[in-house]
Design a protein around this ligand. Structure first.
Ligand SMILES: [Fe+2]
Length: 301
């Protein structure tokens, strides 16, 4: 069987890799990534699953992110010249993309003896970007393979444990947090620059900050993400640590005090369903934060 995604022998051992590495894939001519199919996908999904904007910088101020004045479908159809960035989120809600996501991650799991590609919380995203566009510095709270389908891009990646790159506070997660992180050019001296062309793929480690410079053509990338028990625990701790910081109790990094971490994870497991239920009832994130965590937390969330 010809594999959709190929992990080079020896690149993954028994432990989850903590640094980026390269893979190959065979999706560059796949019909699910043609612009017409992507335009129809973008038009078919709810508005909150399609995010797009005009040109930005690596250190973009989120409050000044420019709109491109187009609909989601128009953005894809005019991506060659509309100077835009788009992410189509959770494309696994479409059965064809879900099947492709599962096939890719199953093949990774098989080739890594289960170390990577597991079955927990699999999600997929498609990035459609205009020539020379930029994705500002950010980090993602999941494991990710980025598969470059069309065009070229360069991703600069940084170690999330390097406090010269990102502070403990900036890494923490809370409801409604904007993903952009502060960026300075000198970061590049300690970063890893991955250059991607169609057929190339890279592993993006959990929480590692990264930013992307597109090449001089339209770019289409498929991002396939998943979780392990460890990553789910780290994400929960990040939320709890952010909440405690907002109440004036900044915390040590996850893993420093395992017994306390276990208490925090248990607290998260109790609080999260309450927060989600309140948010559903009041239909507004800020009101939900205020009701569950208090008005002070809502004001700064
Ligand atoms: Fe990302």
């Amino acid at each position: 069987m010809t594999r959709l995604i190929e992990v080079e022998e020896g690149s993954v051992g028994a432990e989850m890799p903590v640094r980026t590495f390269r893979l190959k894939h065979r999706l560059k001519d796949h019909p699910l990534f043609k612009l017409d199919r992507l335009a129809r996908l973008a038009a078919s999904l709810p508005a909150d699953q399609v995010e797009f904007n005009g040109p930005v910088q690596p250190n973009q101020d989120p409050s000044l992110t420019p709109s491109n004045g187009l609909s989601a479908e128009e953005t894809v159809r005019r991506i060659e010249d509309c100077k835009s960035w788009m992410v189509i989120k959770n494309v696994e809600s479409d059965p064809e993309y879900k099947a492709l996501l599962d096939a890719c991650l199953d093949q990774v799991a098989e080739q890594t003896r289960g170390t990577m590609g597991g079955a927990k919380k699999r999600q997929a995203f498609i990035f459609v970007t205009s020539p020379n566009n930029v994705t500002p510095l950010h980090m993602d709270p999941e494991y990710n393979f980025l598969l470059q389908v069309r065009g070229t891009k360069r991703m600069s990646l940084f170690d999330h444990k390097d406090r010269n790159i990102v502070s403990e506070e900036k890494l923490e997660l809370y409801p409604g947090k904007h993903r952009n992180l502060p960026y300075r050019e000198e970061f590049e001296e300690v970063g890893v620059q991955q250059h991607l062309a169609p057929g190339d793929s890279i592993f993006v480690p959990l929480f590692d900050p990264h930013w992307v410079q597109n090449g001089p053509e339209v770019s289409v990338s498929f991002s396939i993400t998943w979780h392990t028990d460890h990553s789910l625990k780290m994400v929960k701790l990040s939320y709890v640590n952010a909440a405690l910081r907002k109440f004036g109790f900044p915390q040590a990094s996850a893993g420093t005090h395992p017994a306390l971490d276990a208490v925090k994870v248990a607290a998260y497991d109790i609080a999260r369903p309450i927060y989600d239920a309140v948010k559903k009832l009041v239909g507004d994130r800020r009101k939900a934060v205020a009701l569950v965590f208090g008005r002070k937390a809502a004001a700064i969330s």
